[in-house]
Design a protein around this ligand. Structure first.
Ligand code: AHR
Length: 503
């Protein structure tokens, strides 16, 4: 019944791009307003950013920050969000049937990103807009000065260019729900021409073309192939989006969600490489998994406030405020493991989203901010998942799931810090009822001790953190984990996320 694997520094997957630990800030519900931005909040700074939330974001360890959407971006005019706040227009946000005040825009976002030590990843509107608006935004944001648009930025108070390198060419353009939805042909051409124009300003920009909104889209794979046929030499990444939730009470399939994540990644790699082969290109397209999370899209999850969801053109309504359980956090951990296991091709990933909206951080307007259960796996992976991913081949017990057939009970990866030589094992036991003995043989790593074995699990798999009980769920230390004669032994609690740090 023991799960086993071997670690050897000679067998690696890839270096981890730090941008694997990105997140996403959309103008949606209370992600921006009363999430990160709330002038008048007791902890707000001079820019109106909530200090309590900034502290939690730094603790979370996010890198790339995608903005401003999401579905929102496909109807957005970036010009609405710059300049004197009192002159900014109020607009209908078609994506979320909300009213957008534009009190927060590009300059506020860049200030926010700098304060949390992140890197901006800016999405442009290719739904209702096109090439002209994309290059105008790029000029406003990045050109040093001496032109109308760059001088406009300077007049707005931002003397230094923003230096935005990473750009998303639209959002989910394959989805019929997207404002300005397009066919693969239409979008592929538009993405290619937008990319070409943006490179005329700056050949060094890094560009993400829209892939599929999920692997289950009817157009999946054909979409990627067509889009890349048009844009292969002009873009750097193709995007993937995936959300998972428990359906029909089938918890074992939910716990195996990462099987879908991994096959999705592998299928996109195969599709991109096929196009590259046909084009006789030496270039490889990388993957930007720029939306991933647990999200109860049927609205069946408890919400942060318990209040009804209003979406009738309200300002900053409570939308998508899923309150995550221990089970959700364990699934979330397997999604992180899946990304790390494919770090050779996944170079950017964004947890969707950052605050309140399907988020690891929750806030009350005028009140407190706290960590959801999913906060912990992310923070630990970001803190200890930097370095080189070692090749992990699990041999161990499996069980049957309705959606995915036979699935390993252990899902695991390991990352080696090249500076210190320390290795961190990230491991999930998918078995809801039984502990799982783990045995890891260590070759040539020079490791002598277990520095930490942290576990997220609970007698109640539905336990959650709430405003009333913000620390109901936190990681605890495991007992009995040992390293002797080059073999790590541990017992993984039922339904648990584990971080084992070896030094
Ligand atoms: O993250 C929530 C939404 O999910 C985004 O706006 C959209 O891109 C996706 O469908």
């Amino acid at each position: 019944h023991t799960a086993r694997f071997t670690l050897d520094p000679a067998f690696t997957v890839s270096a981890v791009d730090p941008r694997l630990f990105g997140s996403f800030v959309e103008h949606l519900g209370r992600c921006v307003y009363t999430g990160i931005y709330e002038p008048g909040h007791p902890t707000a700074d001079e820019a109106g950013l909530r200090g309590d939330v900034l502290d939690l974001i730094r603790e979370l360890g996010v890198t790339a920050l995608r903005y401003p959407g999401g579905n929102f971006v496909s109807g957005y005019k970036w010009e609405d969000g710059v300049g004197p706040k009192d002159e900014r227009p109020r607009r209908l946000d078609l994506a979320w049937r909300s009213t957008e005040s534009n009190r927060f825009g590009l300059s506020e976002f860049v200030d926010f990103v700098r304060k949390v030590g992140g890197e901006p990843m800016l999405a442009i509107n290719l739904g209702t807009r096109g090439v002209a608006e994309a290059i105008e935004l790029q000029e406003y944001a990045n050109h040093p000065g001496g032109t109308e648009l760059s001088e406009r930025r300077i007049a707005h108070g931002d003397k230094d260019p923003f230096g935005i390198k990473l750009w998303c060419l639209g959002n989910e353009m394959d989805g019929p729900w997207q404002t300005g939805h397009k066919t693969a042909e239409e979008y592929g051409r538009l993405a290619a021409e937008t990319a070409r124009a943006m490179r005329q300003i700056d050949p060094g920009v890094e560009l993400v073309a829209c892939g599929s909104s999920s692997q289950s889209m009817a157009t999946f794979a054909a979409w990627e192939a067509t889009v890349l046929e048009h844009s292969y030499e002009l873009v750097d990444h193709i995007s993937l989006h995936a959300y998972y939730y428990e359906q029909n009470g089938d918890r074992d399939s939910f716990l195996a969600s990462a099987v879908d994540t991994e096959s999705f990644i592998e299928n996109v790699v195969a599709t991109a490489d096929h196009v590259g082969a046909r084009l006789k290109s030496k270039k490889k397209i990388n993957l930007s998994f720029d939306e991933w999370n647990v999200w109860y899209q049927d609205g069946s999850a408890p919400t942060l406030s318990g209040e009804a969801r209003g979406d009738d053109w309200a300002e900053a309504p409570r939308l998508l405020e899923d309150n995550y359980s221990v089970t959700d956090a364990v699934v979330f951990g397997t999604l992180l493991i899946a990304l790390l296991r494919h770090a050779d091709r996944v170079k950017v990933a964004c947890l969707a989203q950052l605050v309140n909206v399907i988020a690891p951080i929750a806030t009350e307007p005028g009140g407190t901010a706290w960590r959801q259960t999913t906060f912990f796996p992310f923070a630990q992976a970001s803190a200890h998942g930097r370095g080189t991913v070692l090749d992990v081949r699990v041999a161990g017990p499996r069980h049957h799931t309705e959606r995915f057939g036979e699935v390993d009970l252990l899902h695991a990866t390991a990352v080696r810090d090249e500076e210190t030589g320390a290795v961190t094992v990230f491991a999930v036991n998918r078995d809801r009822a039984r502990s799982l003995p783990l045995e890891v043989t260590l070759h040539g790593l020079g490791l002598t001790e277990v520095a930490e074995h942290s576990v997220l699990s609970d007698a109640d798999p539905d336990a959650r953190n709430t405003a009333a009980e913000p620390e109901r769920v936190t990681p605890h230390a495991a007992e009995g984990t040992a390293l002797a004669d080059g073999v790590l032994t541990a017992t993984l609690e039922p339904l648990s996320w584990n971080v084992i740090r070896l030094a």
